[in-house]
Design a protein around this ligand. Structure first.
Ligand code: NAP
Ligand code: MG
Length: 402
């Protein structure tokens, strides 16, 4: 078989630990035998981030702006223990945070659904994609604790000297207070990413906030979404046969539980943090969650939602057999390849991505799976395989399809 040709390279961001090992296997076993794989390689492994003083992370984000599509392996976010372990000169920032700050994007997370791993919510038949606003609110708060009585005020001093002031509370005794903010610019770029991704994946978009209680703050979110939709997206949504709905966050939660899935749920920062963990758990497994960062300009960065699976990596280093699930990492590659195929008009590339995903799902549905899925699966005959054998089984299924 002739290998599929690519035109524009994918931005490839390599990573750390077990996922770095799996990354190489995915390329060797499932991609390069079939595709003339073109990537611009950036090593985001912690050693090279240290060597380049993290410049490599910035470079990889800039390359994503240039080429439009990236695929990223999980990476270590250093903490005190990692600074020691890797002898770091600095506690480098989270690569995902750095990349997101440069691309100004929204993260969309969706579960991969297979028969045998049933969602806890019986009505859910299709994936629910959560879009979390990744800026502001309590994640950029300022807080004060007091032991004394007194008055808390909210004061805004404009550059022109004018002042807006509100009393937050007159304290009779001890208490806590908090100031939060967001910007129109960030909310609008969040809304834009959501509308674009809904069009891109042809799924309905839901957005929920608490505008009945927060009549200025949350209401601003509602207005920005609605105004942008009316001005720029309404006709495109109609043409695509999809809808946008705003509803109170409480109502959104109730509807989500009753729904059968198959839509995008846009959430404010805190709601997205909490609800993405609920949705991921209810769908079964963190190792089956995909993640894509979509920028308002339409750049895409695909990855797995899980981390570097450190515990498995140490077992691997000791020469023990490992059962790490590579599915979310494989789907990061298929997502990126499919998008590259669309942008460069290489249908074979998109078809390959579809077939590889089908091969993965059929492998699991035939009963061959890693331990994490075996623990959840309700299939009658299960064969637990290690990572290498699992990938070989996928390869065999893929070859049968090509
Ligand atoms: P993790 O890598 O997601 O793993 C936590 C546990 O979840 C694992 O020990 C394993 O459970 C299970 N698990 C996760 N992915 C799995 C897979 N593919 N197959 C099988 N089991 C899987 O989280 P962590 O151990 O807290 O973090 C490790 C490193 O990853 C940290 O340095 C963190 O900074 C980084 N991280 C990176 C990203 C990213 O780059 N996007 C995201 C999160 C965390 P068992 O041990 O029970 O088998
Ligand atoms: Mg969380």
């Amino acid at each position: 078989m002739e290998k599929i040709r690519m035109i524009t390279p994918l931005v490839e961001m390599d990573g750390d630990e077990m996922t770095r090992v799996i990354w190489q296997q995915i390329k060797d076993v499932l991609l390069t035998p079939f595709i003339d794989l073109k990537t611009e390689y950036y090593d985001l492994g912690l050693e090279y981030r240290e060597q380049t003083k993290d410049q490599v992370t910035i470079d990889s984000a800039m390359a994503t702006k240039k080429y439009g599509v990236a695929v990223k392996c999980a990476t270590i976010t250093p903490n005190a223990a990692r600074v020691k372990e890797y002898n770091l000169t600095e506690m480098w920032k989270s690569p995902n945070g750095t990349i997101r700050a440069i691309l100004d994007g929204t993260v969309f997370r969706a579960p991969i659904i297979v028969k045998g791993v049933e969602p806890y919510v019986k009505t859910w038949k299709k994936p629910i994609t959560i879009a979390r606003h990744a800026y502001g609110d309590i994640y950029k708060n300022v807080e004060i604790k007091t032991d004394k009585p007194g008055k808390c005020e909210l004061v805004f001093t404009a550059e022109d000297g004018s002042v807006q002031k509100q009393t937050v509370h007159e304290f009779a005794g001890a208490g806590v207070m908090q100031g939060v903010h967001n910007t129109d610019k960030s909310i609008e770029s969040f809304a834009r990413s959501c509308f674009n991704y809904a069009l891109d994946t042809k799924q309905d978009l839901w957005f929920g906030a608490k505008d009945t209680i927060s009549k200025i703050y949350d209401h601003r979110f509602k207005d920005i979404f609605n105004d942008l939709f009316e001005a720029e997206y309404k006709t495109r949504f109609e043409e695509a046969g999809i809808t946008f709905m705003y509803t109170l966050i409480d109502d959104a939660v109730a509807r989500v539980i009753r729904s059968e899935g198959g839509y995008i749920w846009a959430c404010k920062n805190y709601d997205g943090d909490v609800m993405s963990d609920m949705v991921a758990t209810a769908f079964g497994s963190l190792s089956m969650m995909t993640s894509v960062l979509v920028s308002p300009e339409g750049n895409f960065e695909y990855e797995a939602a899980h981390g570097t699976v450190q515990r498995h990596y140490y077992a691997y280093l000791e020469g023990k057999e490992t059962f790490t699930n590579p599915i979310a990492s494989i789907f990061a590659w298929t997502g990126a390849l499919r998008k590259r195929g669309e942008l460069d008009a290489i249908p074979e590339l998109s078809v390959f991505a579809d077939k590889l995903e089908e091969a993965v799902i059929e492998t699991v549905e035939s009963g061959i799976m890693t331990k994490d899925l075996a623990l959840l699966s309700t299939l009658p005959d299960i064969k637990i395989t290690n990572t290498t054998n699992f990938m070989n089984a996928i390869r065999a299924n893929l070859e049968a399809k090509l």
